[in-house]
Design a protein around this ligand. Sequence first.
Ligand code: URA
Length: 457
Amino acid sequence: MKNLPQSIIRKKRDGFELSGDELRDFASGVADGSVSEAQIAAFSMAVYFQDVSPRERVDWTLAVRDSGKVLSWADHGIGLDRGAPVIDKHSTGGVGDSVSLMLGPMLAACGAHIPMIAGRGLAHTGGTIDKLESIPGYTTGLPPADFQRVVREVGIAIVRQTDTLAPADRRMYAVRDVTATVENRGLITASIVAKKLVAGLDALVLDVKAGNGAVMQDRDDALALARMMVDVGNGAGMPTIARITDMSEPLAFTAGNALEVQESIEYLTGGPQHPRLRTVIEALGTDLLLQVGLFKTRKAALAALRSSISSGAAAERFERMVHAMGGPSDLLNRPLVHLAPAPVVMPVYADRVAVVSGMDVRALGWSVVTLGGGRTSPDAPINPAVGLSALVQVGAEVGPQAGADAGPSSTVQPLAFVHASNQQSAEQAAAAVRAAYRFADPSTQTPSAPVLIDVVH
Ligand code: URA
């Protein structure tokens, strides 16, 4: 007989260790709907306060994995033993963290296969699935057979958790997003590693963010999370490494769903590449290509990744994936036709002439949620068009808007542009953005924090 959800929640609430059976029963109840949203929230909060032991962490991860189907590539003619490795990366979440949208197609162009099971936005961080769903027609909930077909034919497909793929994580994730229960290392480990085990990977590289815009703000917490995920991944037979990367600045010029897709298209088609974003993409990409032996040296792997952009091969993979998933066939040529713009676009200026010395990245992320780019209840619709663009980096010279009589030499860079559904929410977001930035006097040296912090094997 199954353990009752309320007994499992009570036991965890009171600080006791749950057995493998109890964790499996809870995960299967989450997956089949017999555990309610309220019970998921109570369980997540109990785990948040009482935490899980290393043994519970492994059992919970495997229970989430086994809540649905686990993919195998043996019948699809791909896999490490056939020279066509099946690999992936996953981030713990950040602001302007659109790495997957570019790195996935780049890796596919380098000969790998990427079955990426990703998530929607989580707390103040953006989600790959929300970004892709801003493309009209793109279907993130494909049945496994179609998902595997697209991976085989195109080299990459990005889908979400479904009733078949990691169903327990699908519901847990949506509830954690809106109940302030994201920041528990055991829950994060299970959520991420289970999805990757479901995908049947030959190798995984994790991007564990550290800093104010990350789920783990503290560097030691990020390292501990990386250690846990690497150990659980390796222990389950999936070669896993992790990088700790900095999230004390947004990782890209934009934060917001359609805006990040647009920036990714520009990146893939020879447009501007945010330097911090490029550093992370190239580090994670070379790690993976070396890990599965597609290249022998970091230099050769890096050259292949760069040539996937200059040759147009990565852009072509991205476009083919979008079309295969139900989206338009000409997204790259006509992005602005397909990605609807927000009705109000407003520059935000600093109050004085200064250099940017830092920013509250978490507040920037929450401002995107408040604009309608994230959720306040599970499965609520979001507005894909809203967000922030042209976000300045640490060290940028900024100032107030130049007056009408200012000469051409007085062009002043705004802090960002707010993209909103109406004037009122644009003004609220503009105030939040202005308050999120910290400034120093113009002559002050304000170096950016290095983006690559550490590696965990
Ligand atoms: N990404 C996930 O898939 N799950 C988490 O819990 C955090 C980031």
